[in-house]
Write a new protein. Structure first.
Length: 298
């Protein structure tokens, strides 16, 4: 296979797996509470990333990076995965999957806002249009189209979902300045996060071993949301001759995700969700003058 075909295969695999994440979160939260899911999935992801680096003969990078910047990886590990997934999983616990997934997708728009105070960017007309489209879509989805009445399934859930986009955008802004190997850096983040997540679960919840369904759900989230899929996506970007070719694949994910939500979770997809996504996706596309929307999707 040519490099671009391999990149496409890796990219499509990543998008397909990410499209199952909203469904996996909700299934896992039927068996585990937020802290248990965080603890078990983070631990699983750390193990998978360690095995991946070992197979590639790159474990030496962990000692090198940790020795060079221990404070950096301590802070980044606390932000992602600990803080980010605590907020995101709580949002999923409070909201229908279709709402949480669609709102989280606006993180690229949150990035444009944060770039103003943090990077000194100025909002132009395209940015303002993107903001208007994106957050109008959020309002329509969160109120199930009852915009004037402002009736929310869970206002705290909507707030947490929006907060998760801010946390991820901040994390992305900092991490893009790091030129180290992305998989090794992610592995260090999860190595830092694992004892923290386990301690939080032990203190505020329970580390009792769940049934096989809970373990399987946590393992799936750890592997395919937090760990392996990121490596697939990074490989696709590295192999492709044009980053935008791969980056645009991410726009398949929210629609594919709705298929899994409807067929597996049995959620009836509300027309307002489709209308909202019809506004959010163009809003995110307008932000692609920067390599923003090619980084992830949750």
């Amino acid at each position: 296979m040519t490099s671009d075909r391999r990149a496409l295969a890796f990219g499509l695999s990543a998008v397909l797996l990410w499209s199952t994440v909203a469904t996996a979160f909700k299934l896992a939260l039927r068996e585990l509470d937020v802290l248990q899911l965080l603890a078990y999935s983070v631990s699983c992801s750390a193990l998978v990333l360690l095995c991946l680096l070992a197979c590639q003969g790159r474990l030496f990078l962990l000692r090198q990076y940790a020795g060079d910047s221990p404070g950096y990886f301590l802070v980044m590990g606390l932000v992602n995965p600990v803080l980010y997934y605590l907020v995101l999983l709580q949002a999923y616990a409070l909201l229908p999957a279709q709402q949480a997934q669609a709102i989280n997708y606006t993180w690229a728009i949150a990035l444009a806002l944060l770039a103003v105070p943090l990077l000194g960017h100025r909002l132009n007309r395209r940015d303002l249009l993107a903001l208007l489209l994106g957050y109008s879509g959020v309002l329509i989805i969160a109120t199930r189209g009852q915009v004037m009445a402002l009736r929310f399934d869970s206002l705290p859930g909507v707030g947490l979902a929006l907060l998760s986009t801010v946390i991820w955008a901040l994390y992305w802004l900092v991490s893009t300045r790091n030129r180290r190997d992305p998989v090794a850096c992610l592995c260090l983040n999860f190595a830092v996060a694992t004892p923290v997540a386990l301690a939080l679960c032990a203190v505020f919840s329970s580390l009792a071993v769940p049934g096989w369904r809970g373990l399987a759900a946590a393992a799936y989230v750890g592997v395919f949301e937090m760990g392996l899929t990121f490596a697939l996506w990074s490989t696709a970007l590295r192999l492709s001759s044009g980053v935008s070719r791969i980056g645009n694949l991410i726009f398949l994910s929210p629609l594919m995700s709705l298929v899994f939500i409807a067929t597996i979770l049995g959620e009836a997809i509300h027309p307002a969700t489709l209308v909202g996504l019809a506004l959010i996706i163009p809003g995110v596309l307008l932000q692609q003058r920067q390599p923003v929307a090619v980084a992830r999707e949750a």
